[in-house]
Design a binder for this molecule. Sequence first.
Ligand SMILES: NC(=O)c1ccc[n+]([C@@H]2O[C@H](COP(=O)([O-])OP(=O)(O)OC[C@H]3O[C@@H](n4cnc5c(N)ncnc54)[C@H](OP(=O)(O)O)[C@@H]3O)[C@@H](O)[C@H]2O)c1
Length: 389
Amino acid sequence: MSQSVNILGATGSIGSSTLDIINAYPEEFSVFGVSAHSNVEKLAEIAMAHKAKCAVIADETQYDALKEKLKGTDVEVLAGAEGLKEMASEPVDISVAAITGMAALEPTLAAIENSKKVAFASKECLVGAGKIMMDAVEKSGTVFLPVDSEHNAIFQVFETAQHNAIERLILTASGGPFRTRQDLSNVTTAEALAHPNWDMGKKISVDSSTMMNKALEIIEAHYLFNMPAEKIDVIVHPQSIVHSMVEYKDGSVLAQLGAPDMRTPITYCLGYPERIETTGDRLSLADMAQLNFEAVDDVRFPAIRLAYEALNKGQEACIAFNAANEILVAAFLENEIAYLDISAGVEYILNTAKYDTVKTIQDVLVLDKEIREQTRSLIQTKELERLRA
Ligand SMILES: NC(=O)c1ccc[n+]([C@@H]2O[C@H](COP(=O)([O-])OP(=O)(O)OC[C@H]3O[C@@H](n4cnc5c(N)ncnc54)[C@H](OP(=O)(O)O)[C@@H]3O)[C@@H](O)[C@H]2O)c1
């Protein structure tokens, strides 16, 4: 029988790769719901092409436009945070959580509570609310599978019964577009968006260039695999073929390899526990001249050090880390701040933010909002320019 699928963030890069795989399996998967933030055109196209039952536009001002585009079809049109939650609460077989940023938190939690399986890409919300989310996974019993290629790789070679025999998780990082560039003071948005190996959304592309993406992934790995910070390492691997590794105390290092194509981990998640054919690229080791590994340059890329600091400080610092980064990346993409201000601003917020202990989702959302406001005022008061000087 066909499995029903909700795609939160259907118009994005992960959403498109998911739809590409679903297209190849018309008997096995059927799209139930699709969502976007504001891309009405693409969302309507996807909803019609896949005969979705429901389409949600998160930006409520676009509701009428989407309704108009889907006039005469059977697609139910919803909007806003409530609409997203309603769609994510449907008891579907699979939810693909691929909304960028903390905005993914509430719909992803609804999906965790109501879907049989969740293919999870939205790392930012796990960074901000890791314990709450993993508790929700345990409570609901949903099968929670990481889409992120590194965590998907670790998941595939992680022997749960041998948790105590795991020495460390080794996350690989491509090093991004500036791996060998020494002077990062004049980086443009176009340069930061040009990732050498992966074709991704804008936010994650900038995060890859600053290595904030790997920093977020360290925190993501901590929560997903219940591993302390000191057992999570990062190594630069420019070819993005070895997607990550687990080292056991007997000296064995288990790795998962594949072409740098997100359709492999997404196919793994959709098919799980079966292994099904991917529509993505295949790895040809014979065509690879070499696989290289090198240490992270902590001076040019302070993000990795900051992630460990945030983890050691606790959940509240992780919220601050993520929220500050989201605001600073958006400001960089709008040409409001310089490239190096992203890491400098995150470090400043991490060192200066004051917060109470967070216990509930409401606490998380309140702190997230406060940090966003603090980061915006950091940008407006030109404090960043002073930090740079
Ligand atoms: N791309 C990758 O290869 C990759 C790999 C690993 C993990 N991830 C993670 O997967 C997530 C998605 O990445 P992506 O590259 O697919 O991003 P993307 O191409 O920018 O797509 C993001 C999707 O989320 C929607 N969205 C954005 N902001 C939203 C909001 N405030 N409320 C509701 N929906 C919103 C977008 O709608 P609109 O189109 O209307 O803006 C779009 O559908 C991120 O957390 C990223 O870190 C991505």
